[in-house]
Each structure stands twice: as structure tokens, then as C-alpha cells.
Design a protein around this ligand. Structure first.
Ligand SMILES: [Zn+2]
Length: 313
């Protein structure tokens, strides 16, 4: 049974003047519905404003919730923040937090949205409005559900917003492996950054991921991983610069899950980047990531379940 967090408002009609593929989340939901009993569904709620304000500026939170974001910030985000977009943005961070709580209980859980890693304190950016990873990580620490959280970001773009928002919090570490020449031009400083040259393929990517993530896991000893499983390192991605195959992406999820399971670590995943003309193909890549992570935890059997049982509080 794979625990999946969703909300009907994740599927939002595209605002006018938007080039972002808004139907991705609906397709992800439909593909997961096809899995039948393999998926246990959970519903996200609107994120309490105080949780958002724990990492974002009050003024920016208010601008979004009123759907009254200044034009220059909307340009930076990449689409207008309509009432529907604002309502969605207010739900997604709770979904990532809920996935983390479910992971503490069951070992693994996934949010079908989120991974909004470019959002900063006073503005959104790069198709991100609120930073669900930062909001959830900060909240989990504030609630003392865990003592240390590691955000692992494998999106092809650097997790600059997450790094900036969580800098200086000793209970939270950030890891980003990304294409160096890609957006954002000005990178932030994560706890560990792994910039890759263009066109890196499966073998080098997986070896580099393992050799850089393992020392951080061993040194920081997180009690939970929040995993941004962007699928834009795929060779055919419109905004990626790397060259992973579909099999390489699946191997990446297996590696990340195995590293977590081997250390008794619960893991909650979000989606993330994935760009191109064929929205269904992109949704399939996200669903393959969720299913691979979930199945790897399930296949670990007792070890996977022990991750949940150990952390259930
Ligand atoms: Zn991306």
C-alpha cells in the first residue's frame, strides 16, 4: 500500500497567459487512480497561515492569499496568481507536511504536488509560489516530530529557495544535485551542492549522487528525508540539460529509497520539475517515481515497515 496525498484543488484550470502545464497534476491523479488498491489516498488541507509565515514574509503570504501579487513578482513566478492558484498554493505545503507525517508512520508517502523549491521569503519564482519543502521541514522541527530533517533535491534546477529559506537552521540540512548551467543563474548555498556539467548520463549521475549523498546522511544523521523528485534531469526534458534515461530515473528512485531504508529513515516525496509538450508522458515519469519509491520500501518488507514503526509517535 502506497500512501499518497492529494487535493482536488491541486488540479487547477490554467490561468490566462500561462505557459505552465496545469493539467500535469490531474494526469498524475488519474494514473495513480489506475493503480487501484495499491494506493491509499489522503487529503491535504489548507496550510495554517502561521506555518507559511514561519518561512515566508508576512506581506508576501498576504499578497498570495488575497490573490493580489504585484506584477513583477508574478513575472518572476511565471504565471498570474489568480484566486484558484492562490488556493492551490495554500494547500500544497500542508500536503507535503502530511506526506511526511504519513512517512513517519508507514516508511514512505508521496505528495502528488509540491517540490516548489524556487520560492523565496518575499516572492515566488520559477513556477513556485510557496516553498512547501521549507514550510514542511520547518513545521516538522517546530512540532518536534523529528530532531533533524534532510531535504534531498534531485530536480535538474538548484533548490535555491529551499537553501535560502532554511539556511541557519541547524536541525535542517539541504542537498541539491543539479545542472550547473541551468536556472537559477545565481545559485544559493545548500548544505551540499552538487553542480553537474551538461549532458551527464545515468552512470555518472547515479555514482555522483551516491558518493555525495552518503557522507551527508552519515554526518548529519537526519530522522526524515523530504525528497524533491523532479523528473527534469530526463534527456528529453525541455528545460533540463542532463541526459538521464527513463530507466536512469527509476534507478535514481531505487537508490534514494535504498539509502533511506538502509538507515531506517522515513522518506516523503514531492513531485517537482518535468517539462515538455506531452503532459501525459511527464505525468507518467512522476508516477513511475512515486511507484518505484513506494515499491522499494514495500519490497524491503520488515525493514521498510520497521522504518515506519520506529518513528510512529
Ligand atoms: Zn526543475
Amino acid at each position: 500500500m502506497i500512501h499518497v496525498v492529494h487535493h482536488p484543488d491541486y488540479v487547477t484550470p490554467a490561468p490566462a497567459r500561462s505557459t505552465y502545464r496545469w493539467n500535469k497534476n490531474g494526469l498524475i491523479r488519474d494514473l495513480l487512480l489506475d493503480k487501484g488498491d495499491a494506493v491509499a489516498w489522503h487529503r491535504a488541507e489548507t496550510t495554517p497561515t502561521a506555518w507559511l509565515e514561519a518561512v515566508h514574509d508576512e506581506d508576501y503570504v498576504a499578497e498570495v492569499l488575497r490573490a493580489d501579487v504585484p506584477k513583477e513578482k508574478e513575472r518572476r513566478i511565471g504565471f498570474p496568481v489568480t484566486a484558484a492558484v492562490a488556493s492551490r498554493a495554500a494547500i500544497v505545503p500542508h500536503g507535503t507536511w502530511l506526506a511526511a507525517c504519513l512517512a513517519l508512520e508507514h516508511g514512505f508517502a508521496a505528495n502528488t504536488a509540491g517540490g516548489s523549491h524556487h520560492a523565496l521569503a518575499n516572492t515566488g519564482a520559477g513556477f513556485c509560489v510557496f516553498n512547501d519543502l521549507a514550510v514542511a521541514a520547518a513545521r516538522l522541527i517546530d512540532e518536534r516530530r523529528v530532531a533533524r530533517v534532510l531535504v534531498v533535491d534531485c530536480d535538474v534546477h538548484q533548490g535555491d529557495g529551499t537553501a535560502a529559506l532554511l539556511a541557519g537552521r541547524s536541525e535542517i540540512a539541504t542537498y541539491s544535485i543539479h545542472a550547473e548551467k541551468n536556472f537559477p543563474v545565481r545559485k544559493a548555498r545548500s548544505t551540499v551542492d552538487v553542480p553537474l556539467p551538461d549532458k551527464v548520463g545515468d552512470e555518472v549521475y547515479l555514482a555522483t549522487l551516491e558518493s555525495t549523498l552518503v557522507p551527508l546522511l552519515d554526518e548529519f544523521r537526519p530522522e526524515l528525508i523530504l525528497y524533491q523528485a523532479g523528473v527534469d534531469p530526463f534527456d528529453g526534458d525541455r528545460l533540463g540539460r542532463l541526459a538521464l534515461t527513463l530507466d536512469g530515473l527509476v534507478q535514481r528512485e531505487r537508490l534514494v529509497a535504498d539509502l533511506a531504508i538502509g538507515r531506517g529513515l522515513p522518506l516523503a516525496s514531492t513531485v517537482g520539475g518535468g517539462y515538455g509538450e506531452d503532459a501525459l508522458a511527464i505525468a507518467e515519469r512522476h508516477v513511475a517515481a512515486i511507484m518505484t519509491l513506494g515499491e522499494t520500501f514495500a519490497a524491503a518488507g520488515d525493514a521498510g515497515r520497521r522504518v515506519g514503526a520506529l518513528n510512529a509517535r
